[in-house]
Ligand binder design. Sequence first.
Ligand code: 0A1
Ligand code: ZN
Length: 883
Amino acid sequence: MNKRDSIAPQPILLRDYVVPAFLLDRVDLTFELDETSTRVSSRLVLHRNPDHPVSDADLVLDGHELMLESVLLDGEPMSTDRYDVDDESLTIKGLGESAILEITTRIEPQKNTSLMGLYKSNGNFFTQCEAEGFRKITYYLDRPDVMTRFTTTIIADRSKYPVLLSNGNRVGEGQYDRNRHWVKWVDPFKKPSYLFALVAGKLSCLQDSFTTRSGRKVALEIYVEPQDLEKCHHAMESVKRSMKWDEDVYGLEYDLDSYMIVAVSDFNMGAMENKGLNIFNTKYVLARPETATDADYMGVEAVIAHEYFHNWTGNRVTCRDWFQLSLKEGLTVFRDQEFTADMTSRAVKRIDDVRTLRTAQFAEDASPMAHPVRPDSYIEINNFYTVTIYEKGAEVVRMYHTLLGAEGYRKGIDLYFKRHDGQAVTCDDFAAAMGDANGFDFTQFKRWYSQAGTPVVKVVSQFDAANQTYTLDISQTCPPTPGQPEKLPFHIPIALGLLDAAGAEIPLQLAGEASLQGTTRVLQLTEASQRFVFTGISAQPTPSLLRGFSAPVKLDYPWTRQELAFLMAHDSDSFCRWEASHTLIREVLLELIAAARASETLSLPGELVDAMRRALLDEAADPALIALMFTLPAETYLADQVDEIHPDAIRTAREYLRVALAKALRSEFKHTYARFCGATQAYRYAAVDIAKRALKNVCLGYLTSLDEPAFIELAQTQFQQANNMTDSQAALAALVELPQGATALADFANRWQDDPLVMNKWFTLQAMDKRADALDRVRALQQHPAFQITNPNKVYALLATFCSSNLAGFHRADGAGYAFAAEQILVLDKLNPQVASRLARSFNRWKKLEPTRRAQAKTALEKLAAHADLSRDVFEIISKNLA
Ligand code: 0A1
Ligand code: ZN
């Protein structure tokens, strides 16, 4: 990396962890908010940490982009020679056992486009402190293992900022001077700085309440811009459902008098669990049928639950350091997944989650950014809010649940809270609580935290008619990942069942067992290879493997197409029924991709058509599952299944299959569309209705791909008459690439130009355009008045969608997509490094591209790397890609 090397950002290492030199007894903050500069005064009551190895260590407070006004030690002004200030910190030498420091700084939130620390959005003030944003507000021990009680006083213009919020309980308010008022908040719970929040502005509030099971009444408040107040009801219902569920399933009650949610339209991520004052991207709060799809409704419910659940898993018990991020995130994602499964359809939720895991996390595991669930090094922690930490982390927690059963899992959770409430702990502490509560040894299991990569589990089966046994030889391997050439065997729970020739479940008994033990068994694979022998099996069974996706692995089993069709029709495990269809389609697609590369004629295998027809016509089946069976795997997922990526062959194959299925099942799709086409019914957010809409819209997609006037009219009619965004968006998606698409897009924009969240959908649909000029369209759309480069949602909707999901569009043979991405990354890096870094990840697959594109991508990456002033965020992605 040439001249950069000398000044290249250095990685932070887990093995360098040292406890903090000082601890905080309390902190009092005062904010004087103003249009041109904000003054932050903090009073820190500190004492030395007796556990720190150096007894006279300096106090090093983190601080970034701050203007220091004054420092007082124990009430006396400190002369400037008693402390050092640099770009990252304020260092104070020679402190005694305890000290009271009063520090005043100035900041300019109105200029802050990184959306970290204190910033403005649509005229209001917001904060984002996780992971290291608090240091952009004031000098502080900005690390999660320093927990203390906060009081916060906010002073601001009363007419511009009538609402002043922070964590905990409101204990006082008043008039400060002629125009300004103040509000004081006290948070009774100790917390790390990353959970601090402040909001000030003109906001309207939806109020409600929840009475906890012990009878305490909690005020629920959702704050939004006034025009959005009517879009908060679904969010409020979701809060109440989450509170109830956490009491019922985990025995956990809310602990403050009020629970506040604030929606902001400029936000880097989904939402943030600040104590008592969650701050949300508007995308995960606002919903009404005309503007939000079923997926949006589910997203709101899931993210509300996620942030609410963090109150215990994250806030009451937090992380010792950022390497332990999955301690709170993996656990909280598992909790929100189970909540959604209980609120909607368990099978559908599991399939959705597995699809995300496979498309995004398996891809990450195979990329230069691969890292373990507990990484051991990072350059920029903001780059580690990844699908590995979140989704794979949730799979790890799910495996404890699978290995221990619901009751044992709950015992482990109870012990975890009993031991660690109020503490900042590690993934090892979590594993210890799970193990100790159950007498279960998780030593080997913990390799899931330290080893990156997706294990491959190979199964070989053998039926022995003479001995009536069925033998499974199961072995595991894991491909190398950066810094980890060799892996040790994982502890893998493999849930499975066996079906007889009629499709019925066979009761199972392993050799050596005294009796039959159910029809679904969880085998524990701990060796590199192991043999399992089932006895009393009288005829060749069909195995149903990895039921419910019991481990985040790739399964290698030589299914025949007949077996897959059989499982699609008969498996009692809904996940495996879908999985069989997915495997069948994937295999067909891989053959089609190979044929497309070789310029051979493509053809559709009869077994697939028959199996899919049977599924579509099965009126007893859940329409949501059928819809999922007909949802073809993403181009990016297919790119991860081949040795060398030829984007055009992938697109040709996938489009061929779509149209060929539509031709083969034309009348069945037509019939099914008609069956579920209750367009005039009132919208309900209910699993049964969502399922019908999903299948109906899948059918519409196939039918319009036939390019027949009658079906295009069907889509146009649905587009015009839809009373909900699910149907409207699906119809628009079906039309976009047709000649009729332009009018539909214009109508849509005309109707929704003032609704930023709806306009995001409009940008996304066009970013996914499969026509050859997609890049030109994306460039043109950047000039649209609704596009703003400073708004992360807009960048994700248009630029990130194009670069990371429009495979053939972005990976153009001429390299124009790469040049475009590089140019946008540089622009964004100056405004918002986190967003820039997300875009930079679009290059993660570059090493697997066919040679021409690989060379083009490399050139673009090298050009980026040559910029000496990249943020740490982008530097880390680019340098790891080039390593
Ligand atoms: N803890 C949040 C995620 C989050 C992380 C960083 C943020 O700012 C850069 C914002 C939110 C969650 O898991 O919901
Ligand atoms: Zn989270």
